[in-house]
Design a protein around this ligand. Structure first.
Ligand code: GCB
Length: 583
């Protein structure tokens, strides 16, 4: 939900920064302002902005001052963080405003009790990026994590101050279909008052194509209509409308928000994934938000390049592996017609390594606090992104040890929670347990990650492909009624490393691996998607089994093609987006 109506003060830019390795900032009251800060840029992770902060996964403080004009007195100020983590505590003018756990979702804090209009204000943020087993995703230390992406810390997404009236639009839920149904649900924040909600729909040329209003009842207004002459949204024609919603109290418009929406339907039926009633094939990548220097912040220009590269290579889809991406990232998916599997931050690939005792592993899943945290994170993710036409599916976990009953139960609960929050989208999770997986029965779409020919059968692509065929058939035989997506397959390639015959780590090996997998998998009629791991190389913790980067990118970390990009481009471009189209 965006708002051009609300007055906003952008707090991006240079802040002051100070590490707090001894955790002394709070007792020493750094929240009233601290001395000895050094410059840092927001939004961006802290690590690569200064080599001496690079390997720091601990507590650190940010501060900056800003001026608020007198005219804003009486408005409700909200401090909005689009993503900061892992754990953030926020003070304004020495007054504690609130805290938030989780790096990848937005949080907003009411700043009324502390903000000074017509004066300077001091904003102080304490970020705690320590790794621990009860955090999501879990870890033990910088280089001991349940995931292989680098655990960057800091305020990596924008921060701003936004002003509303006492009554404001708190939440907006939009559900459409490709035949022109529109359902808009508005929740109004602030004291209960008589109010109306005006809904306007504008086309791409900003012409108003629909306008109506609804009364609020108990702080909620609902409007449901069937519109004629609507142009549906699809990867081939990602047509966006802008939905404007105004809140009217006592004849005055007191708030306004807008959302770019598309009219599209998504459904899983008869073993197929249907988009606008047609069987759709997802071609693309697992991605990461990762870039040199900015860390977990992907600058707008990099995002634009990424989308053009993905288009050119013939992709129409990606998974937000392994956490919800930024609004800018997903705005472009809406705009460019990408089909997104939106994933929670519950990435558990290496949890078994952190908890080698099986009893401990089982206990982790039985801990109600961890489940509650995962549910909360999923809830925030859905609230932020549910209205996007690009988001067609939720992935609730990545690579859990779901051969264990306790883990399967955890997934079941999480999936049920997500389904209750948004019953309009299918649910999946990325499994690497194949036919041993005890949780596949709880999801609508089966997602599988495969690395035969890399982590096993290494050096032997053909043996890997044989194994792949066997395993995928086994899962299909168990769940013939469910569509399957291969959410990961890939091999590492060091740029400039060439070999004939194709040996591991060479560009040729990766290209051949992706060619053989893609050819075999694309011909299976029950497979509805292929996501290569990964779009680009990304930074990892330092371990003996990684070369600081995960090299499975088809593009390098600075977004240049490897040999495989040319092979994949041919393959992907020969697979039609809709399965009822011939190639
Ligand atoms: C996986 C994980 C992914 C890793 C990848 C790899 O299965 O889901 O996060 O990066 O394997 O390259 O090992």
């Amino acid at each position: 939900m965006k708002s051009s109506f609300r007055f906003r003060i952008d707090l991006s830019g240079f802040w002051e920064f100070k590490l707090d390795p001894r955790n002394e900032g709070e007792p020493k009251e750094w929240f009233r302002g601290f001395d000895g800060g050094e410059p840092i840029y927001v939004p961006s992770s802290w690590n690569e902005q200064n080599p001496s902060w690079d390997k720091y996964a601990g507590i650190a403080w940010y501060q900056r001052r800003f001026y608020v004009p007198k005219e804003l007195e009486g408005k409700t100020p909200w401090l909005v963080f689009k993503g900061a983590g892992y754990h953030a505590k926020v003070w304004l003018n020495g007054v504690f405003l609130g805290e938030h756990e989780g790096s990848f979702t937005e949080f907003r804090l009411d700043a009324s009790k502390a903000l000074k209009a017509g004066d300077w204000n001091l904003l102080v943020v304490r970020i705690d990026n320590r790794l621990s087993l009860d955090r999501i995703p879990p870890g033990r230390a910088l280089n001991v994590t349940a995931f292989d992406f680098f655990p960057y810390g800091g305020i990596h997404r924008p921060v701003y101050l936004e002003f509303t009236s006492g009554n404001y639009i708190d939440e907006l839920i939009v559900v459409t279909d490709h035949r022109g149904s529109l359902k808009v649900e508005v929740s109004v924040g602030g004291p209960r008052v008589e109010c109306d909600v005006v809904v306007k729909l504008r086309d791409r040329l900003f012409r108003e194509v629909f306008k109506d209003k609804a009364r609020c009842v108990d702080g909620k207004a609902v409007l449901e209509r069937k519109l004629e002459g609507i142009r549906p949204w699809s990867p081939e024609d990602p047509y966006l409308y802008t939905l404007h919603v105004e809140l009217v109290v006592g004849g005055q418009v007191v708030d306004g928000v807008e959302e770019r929406i598309g009219f599209r339907s998504v459904e899983v039926k008869d073993g197929k994934i249907l988009l606008n009633g047609r069987p759709v094939f997802l071609k693309g990548f697992g991605r990461h938000e990762d870039f040199p220097v900015t860390g977990k912040h992907l600058p707008g220009a990099v995002l634009v390049r990424d989308y053009f590269l993905m288009k050119k290579i013939g992709a129409n889809s990606f998974r937000t592996s392994h956490y919800p991406y930024s609004d800018e990232h997903l705005d472009l998916a809406d705009e460019m017609g990408f089909l997104v599997i939106l994933e929670t931050p519950v990435c558990l690939s290496g949890l078994g390594r952190l908890l080698p005792e099986e009893e401990e592993l089982r206990k982790w899943f039985k801990n109600p606090e961890i489940l509650a945290k995962a549910k909360r994170m999923a809830e925030e993710m859905i609230k932020q992104h549910r209205n996007r036409p690009s988001v067609i599916m939720y992935s609730v976990v990545n690579e859990p040890p779901s051969h264990l009953e306790e883990c399967a139960e955890f997934i079941k609960e999480l999936a049920e929670h997500v389904r209750k929050l948004d019953p309009t989208k299918p649910i999946t999770f990325a499994s690497n347990r194949r036919s041993e997986d005890k949780a596949l029965k709880y999801v609508d779409v089966i997602s599988l990650n495969f690395y035969y020919g890399w982590y096993s059968e290494w050096g032997d692509i053909e043996a890997g492909v044989e194994q792949l065929k066997k395993e995928v058939e086994k899962v299909h035989a168990l769940f013939p009624e469910k569509p399957i997506i291969i959410t990961e397959y890939g091999a590492g390639a060091i740029t400039g490393q060439h070999s004939d015959p194709p040996l591991m780590w060479s560009e040729e090996y990766q290209a051949e691996f992706l060619r053989r997998y893609t050819e075999e998998l694309a011909r299976k009629e029950y497979i509805y998607g292929l996501h290569i791991w990964n779009f680009s190389d990304f930074r990892t913790p330092e371990t003996p089994w990684r070369t600081i980067l995960n090299r499975k990118g088809v593009f390098t970390r600075d977004r240049q093609p490897k040999l495989s990009a040319y092979i994949v481009r041919k393959l992907f471009n020969s697979i039609p987006t809709f399965r009822d189209q011939s190639s």
